[in-house]
Design a protein around this ligand. Structure first.
Ligand code: BGC
Length: 452
């Protein structure tokens, strides 16, 4: 007998995007420039010199995009707010032109029965704040809390679940250690400082929420199981370091009040000691954790790979996405169960999960046939059902992404969307994966029982 699948009627079925990746019109209506506006203009940093100047033109096509979400049956939409639209220079007086866009977005979602899930920071720091040191300046925690408060005050009547940060690990690993994303620094000493101030900023924004908000606030992290490539002691130790670096570096301080011991092992004397009151600030009670899941990594020791000394071992029998990530749906169940066991029974959401594959448009009937992505979603949605059966309090799922968009330093070369975007004409076309996801939503999971 094939297994049957059923999700609770209150389960959130969503899709996610982020401001810089989809909006376009980055300076419209009084907005200030963000560090991505500068990063994309620095020669050689972004593939083919692509920018987010137009992206999916979502800033102007927002209403139609919400109707597309409705057509798919989504009951949630995860998006981010561009800090520099609200405060063009990071602080000061609210720019009503920018605020108006998010008010209209939230209202349009609500009118269509779609719950807004805003994230306050998805990597697009205002340039004016980067010029003052960005995440390296201790004052950034207050700047962020002030911005967060302005958003709570305006939208908390209409928004029930807030996220402070998206994937702080990528901000420090990519932005301050390896230079792959804005602000593009490569500095061993900066990365731990950025980590710490991101977490202080998160803590202050949660405190501010307790003073002004009436609903829920949480944090979104990206997690990946790190499996040792062999049972050799050095590979086992390497997998443990990789796990600390990516999975525990942020959640341990938030839930347990300290960083993993491995951080000192990895960073040596670049890892500072911090005052006790910082840990109290970071360890604020949160209402949920959002988990972004893309892959697992099989890890071996590699002395030359600075500073974690690990390498990922390719798996001969696995499928890989276009970004080179191993498709491994069991890892999603594993990581959700791990969060429950390590940090307690907190409500969880999968806030991102998806894959870039080459999508060939079918000339005859205009359909976009993306069988690899359909398989990917079928397997990962089954995996979240397994996690629920294992006792995880999982309350929703967001596919990454609603539509093809600007994949950061890879530009428009990687298509993650359920909805295809023709970047010449801005035409949107539902891919087969979007139709499949719509069937899963309409059947509350039953469609997962068939096929594959
Ligand atoms: C990010 C997204 C990104 C996606 C695919 C996540 O790390 O939050 O902004 O597009 O992964 O790389």
């Amino acid at each position: 007998m094939p297994k049957s699948y059923e999700f609770s009627p209150t389960f959130l079925w969503g899709a996610a995007t982020s401001a810089y990746q989809v909006e376009g019109s980055p300076l419209a209506d009084g907005a200030g420039p963000s560090i991505w506006h500068r990063f994309v203009r620095t020669p050689g940093l972004v593939l083919h010199g692509h920018t987010g100047d137009v992206a999916c033109d979502h800033y102007r096509r927002m209403k139609d995009d919400v109707l597309t979400m409705k057509q798919m049956g989504l009951n949630a939409y995860r998006f981010s707010i561009a800090w520099a639209r609200i405060f063009p220079s990071g602080r000061g007086a609210v720019n009503e032109g920018g605020m108006d866009f998010y008010e209209r977005l939230v209202d349009t979602l609500l009118e269509n029965g779609i719950e807004p899930l805003p994230t306050l920071f998805h990597w697009d720091l205002p340039i004016a704040l980067d010029d003052r040191g960005g995440w390296l300046n201790p004052d950034v925690a207050d700047w962020f809390a002030d911005y967060a408060s302005a958003m709570y005050r305006r939208l908390d009547g209409r928004v029930k679940k807030w996220t402070t940060l998206n994937e702080p690990w990528v901000v420090t690993d990519g932005g301050y250690l390896h230079g792959a994303v804005a602000p593009g620094h490569r500095n061993l000493y900066e990365a731990p400082i950025a980590t710490h101030h991101l977490l202080r900023a998160h803590g202050k924004a949660v405190r501010a929420y307790r003073a002004e908000g009436r609903h829920e606030v949480g944090l979104v992290v990206n997690l990946a199981p790190k499996h040792a490539a062999s049972d050799k002691a050095e590979d086992v130790a390497a997998a443990r370091r990789a796990d600390a670096y990516m999975n525990r570096q942020y959640l341990d301080p938030v839930f347990l009040g300290s960083y993993p011991d491995e951080m000192k092992e990895i960073f040596g004397d670049a890892w500072p000691d911090w005052p006790a009151e910082d840990y109290e600030l970071i360890r604020q009670k949160i209402d949920f954790v959002g988990v972004n899941y893309y892959m697992r990594d099989v890890i071996r020791h590699e002395e030359r790979k600075w500073p974690v000394k690990t390498a990922v071992v390719p798996q001969a029998l696995s499928t890989y996405t276009q970004t080179g990530w191993e498709v491994y749906s069991k890892g999603l169940t594993e990581i959700l169960v791990w969060v429950k066991h390590r940090y307690g029974d907190i409500p969880l959401y999968v806030t991102e999960n998806g894959a870039a594959f080459y999508d060939a448009p079918c000339a005859r009937d205009g359909r976009i046939n993306d069988p690899l992505r359909v398989d990917y979603y079928r397997d990962h949605l089954r995996a979240i059902h397994d996690a629920i059966e294992a006792g995880v309090d999982l309350r929703g799922y967001c596919a990454w992404s609603l539509m093809d968009n600007m994949e950061w330093s890879l530009g428009y070369s990687m298509r993650f969307g359920l909805v295809h975007v023709n970047f010449e004409t801005q035409e949107r076309t539902l891919k087969d994966s979007a139709r499949f996801y719509a069937e899963v939503i309409a059947s509350r999971g039953a469609a997962l029982g068939a096929g594959g």
